[in-house]
Each structure stands twice: as structure tokens, then as C-alpha cells.
Write a protein that binds this ligand. Sequence first.
Ligand code: BGC
Length: 884
Amino acid sequence: MEQAGGGCSVFVGAAPEVEHYHGDVLGIARHRPRLSWVYLQEPPQDARAKLSVVRRFPGGAPRNQSVLLNVDDNVLAEWPFEPLGSRERVKASVQVVDVQGHDLGYGPSPVRKFEMGLDINDRIADFVGPSWGEAETDHRHLPLVRNEFNVSKSVKSARLYLSALGLVQAEINGQRVGMDELTPGWTVYRNRLECWTYDVTAMVRLGANAMGFWLGDGWYRGRLGFDGGIPNYYGDSIGVLAQLEIEGEDGTITSFQSNAWDRSWKVSKGPILCSDLYEGEIYDARLEEPGWSLPGFDDSSWLPVAEIAYDPAKIENPELQAVVPHEHHRPASIQPILSSKNDGDTTTAWMIDFGQNCTQRMRLHIHGLPAGAEVSIRHAEVLEKDGSLATHILRRGQEHDVYISNGKDAWWEPRFSMHAFRYATIEGWRGQLEAEDIDCRDYYSQMEPTGWFHCSNEMLNRLNSNILWSMRSNFVSIPTDCPQRDERMGWTGDIDLFSPTATYLYDVQGFLSSWLRDVRIEQVTNGTIPFFVPFVPLGVWAKPQAIAIWGDAAVAVPWALYMEGGDKRILEEAHDLVHDWIEEVRSYLSPDGVWDRKPGFKLGQLGDWLDPTAPPDNPTQAMTSKELVATAYFARSVEYAYKIAGVLGNDEEVEDYQSLHEHMVKGYKARFAKEGGRMASDTQCAYAISIAFGLLNDDPAFKEAAGDRLAELVKQSHGKVSTGFAGTPFVLPALTETGHSDEAYSLLLSTECPSWLYQVRMGGTTTWERWDSLRPDGSINPGGMTSFNHYALGSVASWIYSTIGGLRALEPGWTRFEVNPRLGGGLTQGETSHLTPRGLALSSWKVENGSVRLHLEVPVGTVASVAGREYRSGVYDLTLESRK
Ligand code: BGC
């Protein structure tokens, strides 16, 4: 064993992070934000962490404060100073010093800047919007709102506080504010709405200025969801709330806020004829009014705005970060598909393949089009066998944009519609379509990447990449099932299963805890956990009913967040959510603890949803008994609930839930466990969840026999997957746990349909909803519900990271973790790294001359357990015994 050392002059290499945001952040929500930082190496004995802040209110003088903290208080350290006030700005850094606070010669960390959002009493703007009678539903002509203002003092700083009923994009003096899309994001608007903060110092100038706002329907009043969808769900009038605050060099504060009473805010119909999140956008450039967001524009034909009522107490500062563009995607190919001549004018239709399916949008360089000519842009995830776009699987969500030219060159991208696709066609194009005419960017909520994986099998690497892309595509403001068809809902079951993988790949603490607040709101409103959150009463799902897995997300998601981040506050805030779910379902159990009373819901339990043997049009018709699945999942929730109660110190709850758990396990076994290690449903799903949820732990012989039976079933299926949503995440863990690593690898590495690598073999660049969304003959699954971008079946990744890569948290927040790669499947090399709250953990192994060399990196403040030995922070190179 070797340990690499090496000194450094700075112990804290990066600026501290604030709460669960990353980077510098404006408009935070908490008045006592917690700070976290990471050490590059073990601080000296008796050292202290000196946290220094410079805080300042706009218009005020800076104040310096510092405090000495224990060095190991470096994760979510409580705010040690008096609470921050509305708008207050902070610069924070950390330095390792001696007990008295004296410099030890190690420099301070870089500085983190953050600032508070507006408190309710300081938010004086009103929502304003169109003052004309609008069409009652769908496809409404979208407005622009504008205002001019004068700045008489030289500007030290300026902030725009912005929210909308609907969606908004702001401009100041003709320049776009921020890079966020789909602002303000989707929350249960009836209860809460986010207000975002932008630094617009560089955009505001002395003298005349103007601000302008594009408004869209978005989730607020756009048509939401499937089965026809529902328009105007939250309201039928859209509006913007804007409050601009300017700090002069002389310390004065001037503010301008949207309102309908001073008559200076105007509204008019803009160039967006209509825009629907799912269906696409129609833009008529002939309606552009150049200079509309510049001062001096003649707005005499514009109307005064109308005020749109909304309770200001429901406006809040966000705890997650905005949807922003990430990578640019260049077309992999551009092919002409059809040319047509009309009055001597030749237009060509083009097919573009971007090589990657994901949530993205094209910005097109429109040129050479006469005024009034249209370009029609369609998108799809896959092609039909005849090479045309497969748009029927999008159902109503047709992702179809139309641009009507004003005869001038322009770069154009839809503003208030979002698309997910790999292929696009452009019709009506004049001349050659060049790659330079297309700028395509993917969009998802800003999150810090925290998980990486690589191994010697390229198909597995592609699978990992597909899982990443399906996660990104579906982490757009809320965790959705799919990003393309007329659905895009926060289906609770999907994230229940995927959350352990999600927490490994990205820091989703802020993103998911924000969504959990909506889950709680919907639980209180509906008396149960709805199928998707935010809830919209759609089709057969219109009346929320308790169903296993989906409802169990109320417990599983907080638990996954806690195991990853170790943030007890997430559990405190989830307490009522967890408690009410447990109490509700407890009342549905039969006396023996089995959940066999059907929810009063047409489809009953969804069970092992999308079991591959279920008919395409009836995904609930699984091989595994629904009662078995429901009881197993709820027992797992009860187990998490008593662990949560333990962390929160609620002893009575611990006892109560523990005895409920024991009772359920007993009843479960009595009902579903048969002689000789057989389960009543002799299926992979039944064995997998019984083993992985620990339901057979008190009878080791039975558990072993059940593991053997599972392995046998896998062999019988010749490595093909036989599970749907419920069983899939747990088959490989259950096989490994019972010593059947070979069978686990054979399932993972199978390329036959259905299997994970079948999707890779068929050219998938994301994970699919159905194992065979694309069937072996290249045709698209005929089920009415076929997506190529669902993350649920990608939940296998947490096994890949823990078992091939070898990293798994043993304690919340990774203070202790296991390094235990189990080799198999002919792999000769594997590597995973994870940015834990305390720094980067890395496990990288290689088979060399018949032995396994493991390179290990253990961050400061954590302990790694390898084959029963503990390793404190450092870098190690070990030789392992043969590993299986
Ligand atoms: C969604 C799923 C969801 C399911 C529940 C589907 O339409 O896309 O992912 O969990 O319905 O029934």
C-alpha cells in the first residue's frame, strides 16, 4: 500500500457553497444560509476554520464579520452571524487558521458571492398583463409588456426581481436579461410561485432606459398534459411581476415596479402568435417592432396594462437553480429530403440528425426568405422505418414551430416551447442548409455534476451516457417522466425509483427538495400523494388515489436525498409528508398487514408497471401480484420512516413504525412466501424486491433459496430482463446480495430484447420507457405510450456505480463509504468517482497480470471501508484479492 502525500498552501481550494446552490447565487431564500466547503488535505491538529464574510445592504456600508469554527463543521455549517436581511449581499471565504485564529500561512479560499432575494414586504410590484379580451383557450396571441424609466444618478448596482403568471423573458435596453428559460419554472402556483433575481448593473445606464418583457402561457395557462390536456389550469390571465432596484454611487436606492396605476406600463401583441410548451411556437417576424425594449420607442399605439391579481404572500425566492442552456450540439448530418418549386421559387425540406436525443432547441439563422414566407420546423426522437419523423408518439405534443419571415435575416429560437428530439426537419428553406445556420443547445435545470463512471465495456459506457441524458432531459424545473410527448408530468413513481441514481450523478438536493414541497402541498390538498406533482386532473387520473411506488416517493425521495447529502433539515421538512403517507396507507392495510385493498381507482395498483410480458396497451398486466408489490414497497417505506424518525429523535414514531414494519413483514411472508424459498409470484420482480427490501432477512435459509430461485429464473430467461418499473432497480442488487454476481452480469450485459444493452445495440442515445420502445424489426412499439426518453429503467445505474465502480455510501453524507468493486462480465477495468459533500471519492481498478489493482481516493472527513479495513483521507493504491 502506498499513500501519496504532498503539501499545499491552501486547504480550501474552492469557494464555499451556500445551501444547496452552486456557484455565486442571487436571490436566495434562507435568511440563515448554511455554508459548505471542502478540504484539499487534512487540516493540522487543533486547527480551526475561519469563516469570514463581508456583508452589505444596497446603499449601505460593508461590514466584516468572522468566526472560528471546528474544522469538521464544513458541511452545511449553520449560519453563525445574525440573519441576513432582504437584499443583503455577502462575500464569504474560509481559511484554515490556528486555535486563536492566527494565520498558519495557508491562504484563504476563493470568495463566494451570494445575496438574499426580496422579502415579501419589499416586493411592491404587481403582476401586469394584457388588457384586451383574450381568446378563452389555447393558441392565444402573446403579449409584450414595456416600460421606460429614467436614471439620474450614476449606477453602482442594479437588480431585477422577476416573476410571472405564465412564462417570462426580460430585456433591458434591447438586451436579454439572464440566460434562464421557462422562468419562473413550475410549482403549484396556487400555493407558491418563484421570484428570480438578476444582476443587471451592466445593462442600466444614466438617463433614459427601457425594460421589456416577453410573456408566454407556460404551465400557468397553457394546455397541460395528456388525454386532451387542460388549459387555464391555474388561471386564464398571464402577467409579469418586475421590480428593478438601482443603487446609486451616492448610496440612494431608486426602484421601478410593474403596476397598472401609474399608466407608464404598456402592453401590446407581439410577434409570437401562439406558443404551447408541447405543441410548439408560431412566430411572425412581420409583427416585430424594432426597438420596443429601447427608450424612445413610440408606444402610443400600445395599451395600458391590466393588473392581474395574485396573492403576494405566495411569492417566494427559489431554492433550486434555473433551467439554462448547457452544451451546443452540432448536427451529425443534414440531408435534403424534398425540393419543391413554386412560381420559380425553390424551397427544400431538410432532415437534420443531431446524434443525441435530449431536451434541446435549435436557434436557426434564417436568411434569404421573402417577407411572408414560412419555415416549418418539426422534431422527433426517432424515425419511422421509412425514414420520416416519428411524430405520432408525441401525441398532442407535436413540437412543431413555424417562423414567418419579415424578409430580413435573423437568428430565431422558440421562447416558450420546449422540445426533446434527436431529429428535426425544416421545410420551406431557401438554398443550402449549412451547419453554421444551426445552433442547437440542450436545456435542463442548473445542477452540479457529481458522478462519473467508465469501464472497459463500451456498450456499458454508452448505457451510462444514455442514463445521464435521460436524467438531464427530465430534470427541467421538476422531475418529469418524459420530455417530449403531451405528458411531461412529475410522475412520482419514476423519481421514486430513479432518485438514488439521480443523487449520485448530480447534486439534486435543491432541485428535489423544492419539488418535495409541492408533493406536500398536493398531499394536503388532495388527501393523498397524487400520481404526479404538480397535480392536474387528467383523464382517468383525475382523482388522486394512493398507489404503491408512486405514493411511496413521499418517503423514498427524502431518504435518498438524506443518504446522499446528510442534510437532516430535508428530513425535518419532509416529516409531515412521510408521516401522513404512512398513516394513510396504514389505514388501507388488511389486518395481516398486507396492502390488498384496491385503491378505488380504475386501474388499481400499477404494480410492476411495464412488465415486458404485459400487452403494449395494458402495462399494468404484470406477472407479479400487485398486492405483493404494493406491500413490499410500503414495507420499505415504513422502514425508511422509522429510520427517519430515528434521525429526528422521534422515539415514539420509531417504535410505532418498527412494530408496523415487523407486522407487515410477517403478513407479507405468510401471504406471499411459499415452501422452499418460492414466492407466490414466481417472478424475478417478486424475488428481487423481497430480497432487496430485506423482507426475508429473518430467515437466512429462505432468503438464500429465494436468491437461488431468482438466479435460476435469470438463467431460464437467457439473461433477458423480465421486470417492469417495480422490479428493475432491484434485480441486480438482489442477485449480488445473494451471491449470484454472474447472473447479475449476464442480465446487465445481455443485448437481447428486453435488456438494457438491447437499447444500446438498437442505437438508443437515451433510456427508453419500454424495454422495446423500438422493436427488433426496427418498428416503433405500437403502444399508445412509447417514449424514448424515460429515466425509470435507468435506475440500474446505482448498481453499476456501487458494484462495478465500487462506491456506496454507508452513512448519510458519505462520511463512511464502502469501496467494493465486484468484477465480472469480462470487464478488465472500471472506474467511478463521486463528488461527495466532503470532496471527491474515487475508485478505479484494473486487472493486471491476474490481480486487481485498486486506486482509491478518500476525501478529507470521510472513511472508506475496503474489504473490512478502514482508510482515512488520502490516496491509496491497493492490490485486491480476486473479487466477485
Ligand atoms: C408515464 C410514466 C408513469 C406512468 C404511470 C406514464 O404515462 O409516462 O412514466 O409513471 O404513466 O402510469
